[in-house]
Structures are given as C-alpha cells and as structure tokens.
Design a protein around this ligand. Structure first.
Ligand SMILES: [Zn+2]
Ligand SMILES: [Zn+2]
Length: 407
C-alpha cells in the first residue's frame, strides 16, 4: 500500500488553512483561556468523525480517529495559546484583543492540526491503526502538556508514538528539521530572595545591605557556566530581573531576583543547580545575609527518539524533498512537547516559516512576528504523512513477522 499524496491534498486545503489561521490570529487567547480556539477545534473534529473530548487539562481537546483496520495509535499535537504582547501589525488579520497576540505561530499550529485531521479522516478506512490529536493549552508558560496528561490524554488509548512541529521563522520557509537527539533545552525558572537587614543609608555598619550582597551573588553566578560546566556541554544561566530597595537613603532588607536555567543533559542541569546553591550559601553566609531559592521546572529537554525521528525524516523528504530537510543545531528555547517525549517515543519537527523577502522574518515573541502562510500546507502534510507512515510501516512489519512465523 502506498501512502496518500498528502502534499497535494494539503495544497488543496490552502484557502481553508489560511482562513483558520487568520481567524485564530484575530482572536488570540492566553494560557488556559483558549476556550474559543478549543471550541473551533472540537466542532471541526467532531464534524470530521472524530471522538472528541473537551476540557482535558482545563481547555485542551483530545480527538480520536478510528482507523478502518486494527493497529496502534499515533499521536499528533498542536498547541493553542497566545502571548501577552501588544501586536504591532497593519495586517487585516491583526489581533483584535488588546495586549494579546499569536507571536509564536500557535495559530498556525492549530490550523495545521485541523488540516492534518481533515486529510487523515478522509483516509480513515485505509489506516491500520488510530490517530489521536491533542490540541494543547498553555505551552508558553508551560503546564499545558502536564495538565492534559494528568487528565488522561495519553491513557485511553496510549499512543505508540507522538509527532509535533513548530513553525520556525529563523529557518527559511519550507525547510524542515526532523532529527534524532536534542532539539530544545530543558528550562527552569529561578526565584531567589537575598535577605539582609535594612536600615538608614547613613549607617551601613548597623545593617546587612542586601543590594551589596546581591552584587557579589551576581558575579559569583557568572562563574557557573564559565568555570563549572564542561566546555563540551551546553548551559545557560540568565538572571532576568533584580528588584530591591525603596529610597536613596534606605539600605534594602531584601532583593528579589528571577532567572532561568537552560540545559540539555540532566547531569549538567544538576551541576548548575548544585553550584547555584553552594555559591548562594557561601556568599550570603560570608556577608551575614541569608537567602531562599525556588526552582521551578517548566519543561524537560526535547530529545527526539531515533526511530520516531527516522519516520519523521522520511515523511519530511516525501513532503518537501531531501534538499529541504537539514540538521540544525539544537535551540536553547524550551517546549513542553518534551512531556510527551518522556512517556512515548516522539519526534518534534521544525518547519521553516521565515521569508525575509516578504518581511516575514521577525523573531518569535516579537510584537511584529508573522510567518509565511505558504508553509501551512507543508505542515499539515508533514503531520499527516508521519502519522500514516508510522501506521503503514507498523502494519507491514507485523504482516512480515506473521508470514515468517507461518510454516
Ligand atoms: Zn513561544
Ligand atoms: Zn511556541
């Protein structure tokens, strides 16, 4: 059995894809508030014949398509949430919600997911297995994948493999990365409070100046990546906010810092967090201060499974041709698709969506972010092809092993 030509089928859905994407772009919704988006997904999927569950992980949607022949279940995921950014755009489809914007391309992901769902539903009778769609809330702040999993999204049926993709503006439109191994980093949020003893700005000897302590803490932390992490490994430790003090003549009692740690390997993450504690212990104690540290893991690293990546890569070659499929260095951003990858073999792909010639190359999370909509059919074809290829390859392997066992 040959795989359907999902690229041509998706090209025929281009108008619908753009209509969905622009509608969603005009009506962006923040983390765990994606009710309108989820409603559109649920209605569309139900009409296509999917078994639909809503309210999974608060605002998530799970939809199951039964294939015409028995087989495993393949999972496809699209994230739905927007960002608290005021859009700067003259496009007719610009956000109609002040201060909220699809600045990461998740509007495109939802449209792509719905188009892939449309095509797979048309071929349901031929599919040797099932397709499970997850339309996920709250990717940006993290927590959406975990919430859906906690609500049983992977429980019945449990998928044998998972695929997802992210539109990526720093890749030229139509390029695809579908590679085994690390793709996106693990992310942790740090909250540190340095606690001294406040007092009069003219009497420092009666105080413990939390701002002076923080100065030493900040320079000590810079040595973790440069002096403690193996140079062959990768890590980032960024302190993004420092807040302390209230007046020119008052010595601050506390200073609050927020930051993030990005790593690929659990061992490197452990090294960074251990050194962080050791330095905070030493510097604050040495200066007569104290501290509290709160570490909140947002997402583990996206590390693509070799076998799942092989299928994704073959699907990508079929959809865009081998020349457009390339390895790219891992990214330090994070993605909670990794929560699925922790539980089932998975591959997360990047689909180039930047087009400098059309001015569609602003970075993600930028108020002028927009992407080249001509890649939407490619995205839909990638997901549908990867899903169908997994099911067909599996059916072929099963029938071969049954043939070889028969006398
Ligand atoms: Zn984002
Ligand atoms: Zn994103």
């Amino acid at each position: 059995m040959t795989l359907p030509d999902f690229r041509s089928e998706a090209d025929n859905l281009a108008t619908q894809l753009i209509a969905w994407r622009r509608d969603l772009h005009q009506h962006p919704e923040l983390c765990f508030q994606e009710t309108r988006t989820a409603g559109l997904a649920a209605r569309t999927l139900a009409k296509l014949g999917y078994e639909v569950r809503t309210g999974v992980g608060q605002t998530g949607v799970v939809a199951l398509l039964h294939g015409g022949r028995p087989g495993p279940t393949v999972m496809l995921r699209a994230d739905m949430d927007a960002l608290p950014i005021q859009e700067l755009s003259d496009a007719p489809y610009a956000s109609q919600t002040p201060g909220v914007m699809h600045a990461c391309g998740h509007d495109g992901h939802v449209a792509i997911g719905l188009a892939a769902a449309t095509m797979l539903a048309r071929h349901a009778a031929e599919l040797p297995g099932n397709v499970l769609f997850l339309f996920q809330p709250a990717e940006e702040k993290g927590g959406g994948a975990r919430a859906m999993i906690a609500d049983g999204a992977l429980a019945d049926p449990t998928p044998a493999v998972a695929f997802g993709l992210h539109l990526w503006n720093s890749l030229p439109a139509g390029r695809v990365a579908a590679q085994a191994g690390p793709l996106m980093a693990a992310a942790d949020i740090l909250k540190i409070v340095v606690r001294g003893r406040g007092g009069h700005g003219a009497h420092p000897h009666e105080t413990t100046d939390a701002i002076a302590v923080t100065g030493q803490v900040l320079s000590a932390l810079q040595t973790i990546v440069s002096r403690n992490v193996d140079p062959q490994e990768t890590a980032v430790l960024t302190i993004g906010t420092v807040h302390g003090g209230s007046a020119f003549n008052v010595i601050a009692e506390t200073v609050e810092l927020q930051g993030t740690v990005r790593t690929f390997s659990p061992a490197v993450r452990e090294t960074v967090l251990t050194r962080l504690r050791v330095l905070l212990d030493g510097v604050t104690a040495g200066m007569g201060a104290s501290y509290t540290l709160d570490v909140q893991g947002i997402a583990p690293a996206v590390v693509n499974d070799p076998a799942a990546s092989e299928i994704a890569r073959a699907a990508a070659i079929q959809v865009v041709g081998g020349a457009a499929v390339a390895w790219r260095p891992p990214l330090m951003v994070s993605e909670d698709f990794s929560e699925y990858g922790r539980r089932v073999p998975a591959c997360f792909m990047l689909l180039g969506s930047g087009n400098a010639g059309l001015g569609l190359n602003a970075p993600h999370h930028n108020p002028r972010f927009d992407f080249d909509e001509s890649v939407l059919p490619i995205g839909a074809a990638l997901l549908a092809t990867a899903a169908a290829k997994f099911l067909h390859d599996n059916a072929l392997a099963t029938s071969c092993s049954e043939t070889s066992r028969s006398p």
